[in-house]
Design a protein around this ligand. Structure first.
Ligand SMILES: Nc1nc2c(ncn2[C@@H]2O[C@H](COP(=O)(O)OP(=O)(O)OP(=O)(O)O)[C@@H](O)[C@H]2O)c(=O)[nH]1
Ligand SMILES: [Mg+2]
Length: 429
């Protein structure tokens, strides 16, 4: 028998059936629906839900009333009855009307992928900034779905779909929610300003920033901990980290950089969440170097790398110097390791291997040190001489007639930035 009232399940673990509808539109995205479902199982388990069964349907377009077809709704009802489920979780985003129709037809709690991710984030948020960002994302998700008196909005008790904007907020009308969104945005603006000031200070102090980015569960926090002894939360769960944590990392030769761990990415990351977390993700934009951590043992490795590149692009950080760290190599089969790209900018590692950790600091050091170049600057171009002193490290300066020869250490990023002025003065070596 299905559980018929939501109030009795307060203390119970949610028991869910997962549902995936593969439409033509989804097929065109190239995302493998089976891998996406596997990920949905992980997401559900991360949210503390017991997964009882998985239902699939292929259909050209979604049904406007129930998303899945009518026959599938009946199948879901029978499966839920038979297995004693109280929840159905859909791998694709549902409209407010679809959620309400399904709830009425099935007497189950109906959750979609986006809501599940928002819920996990809500359970994780610890800092003021994180809490504001999650609530903002939740309300932005909710607002267009508010019409009539959906059960969805007045749920009580525990479990997924009930965290976050509390009952008192949800009982109010749209206007109230809009006011709250405005208020949260104002708070967030303050946080963004403060963050900006911190970053400005770091920049002024000349600190070099290195950001760990990557798909959720790739091992970013583990690397931060292993490299800097930071006391950070590491879990074999999705979205263990929400708030960026920075630690000083000492490179061979004594130079120090600031290494920052960031929130993990996932495919179909809810748009509202990306927008809300922009403040946090700005850290990536400030980085001098991006370390892209990949779980090399994942069957979804390539798709995950693509998702990360797309999000980096959206953030405007795709052009940053990047090193790809193929992590968890200890879990890979030899054939899997052989398939990985090699060469400059790629490193196969395990976060638990000391030698690999040294190789990481060496490659960071090399990348940041840059190459030495010789520039021949005419004596009357004082502007270019001072530019060289400003952006590079001038190792030597010699006169040759009316020209000055500068031997300068310059990293690639800075050289690219100024090459429109400097390229014609580089001496062939
Ligand atoms: N075997 C193996 N496990 C690893 C390695 N690196 C990380 N892990 C494990 O992978 C899981 C996820 O690690 P985290 O460091 O929390 O991953 P993350 O990228 O910070 O994940 P989010 O914060 O959720 O985005 C943990 O169980 C780690 O112990 C590795 O090189 N080898
Ligand atoms: Mg983490």
């Amino acid at each position: 028998m299905a559980i018929t009232t939501h109030d009795t399940e307060t203390e119970m673990q949610d028991r869910a059936i997962l549902v995936s509808l593969v439409t033509d539109k989804i097929k065109r995205t190239g995302i493998d629906p089976e891998l996406s479902l596997q990920e949905l199982v992980q997401l559900a388990e991360t949210a503390g839900v017991e997964v009882l069964d998985v239902l699939r349907q292929n259909k050209e377009t979604p049904d406007s009333r129930w998303f899945i077809g009518k026959g599938k709704v009946e199948e879901l009802r029978m499966a839920a009855d038979g297995l004693g489920a109280n929840t159905a979780i859909f791998d694709q985003e549902l409209s407010g009307a679809q959620v309400r129709n399904l709830e009425e037809a099935l007497d189950l709690k109906i959750i979609d992928r986006t809501q599940l991710i928002l819920d996990i984030f809500a359970g994780r948020a610890k800092t003021r900034e994180g809490i504001i960002q999650v609530e903002l994302a939740q309300l932005s998700y909710l607002l267009p779905r508010l019409s009539g008196q959906g059960k969805n909005l007045s749920r009580q008790g525990g479990g997924i779909g009930t965290r976050g904007p509390g009952e008192s907020k949800l009982e109010t009308d749209r206007r109230h929610i809009r006011d709250r969104i405005t208020e949260l945005k104002r708070h967030l603006d303050e946080v963004v300003k403060t963050r900006g000031l911190h970053r400005e200070n770091r920049r002024k102090s000349g600190a070099v920033q290195v950001a760990l980015v990557g798909y959720t569960n790739a091992g970013k926090s583990t690397l931060l901990k292993q490299l800097t002894d930071a006391d950070v939360y590491i879990e074999n769960q999705l979205f263990a980290t929400l708030d960026p944590t920075s630690r000083v990392l000492q490179l061979p030769g004594g130079k120090e950089v600031v290494l920052t761990d960031t929130v993990g990415f996932i495919q179909n990351l809810p748009h509202d969440l990306v927008a809300s977390f922009r403040a946090t993700l700005e850290e990536v934009n400030e980085a001098n170097l991006v370390l892209h951590v990949v779980d090399a043992s994942s069957p979804m490795r390539e798709e995950q790398m693509q998702v990360v590149q797309t999000i980096l692009q959206d953030l405007g950080a795709a052009g940053k110097p990047q090193i790809v760290l193929f992590n968890k190599s200890d879990l890979c089969q030899p054939e899997q390791l052989e398939m990985l790209p090699t060469g400059e900018g790629f490193l196969k590692i395990s976060a638990f291997n000391e030698d690999d950790l040294s190789r990481i600091t060496e490659i960071i050091s090399d990348q940041l040190a840059g190459d030495t170049l010789i520039f021949r600057i005419p004596g009357d171009r004082g502007d270019l001489s001072s530019l060289l002193y400003r952006v590079g490290e001038v190792l030597e300066q010699n006169y040759d007639g009316s020209d000055v020869l500068y031997n300068v250490r310059l990293n690639k990023e800075d050289y690219d930035k100024w090459s429109y002025k400097l390229a014609e003065f580089v001496e062939p070596q």
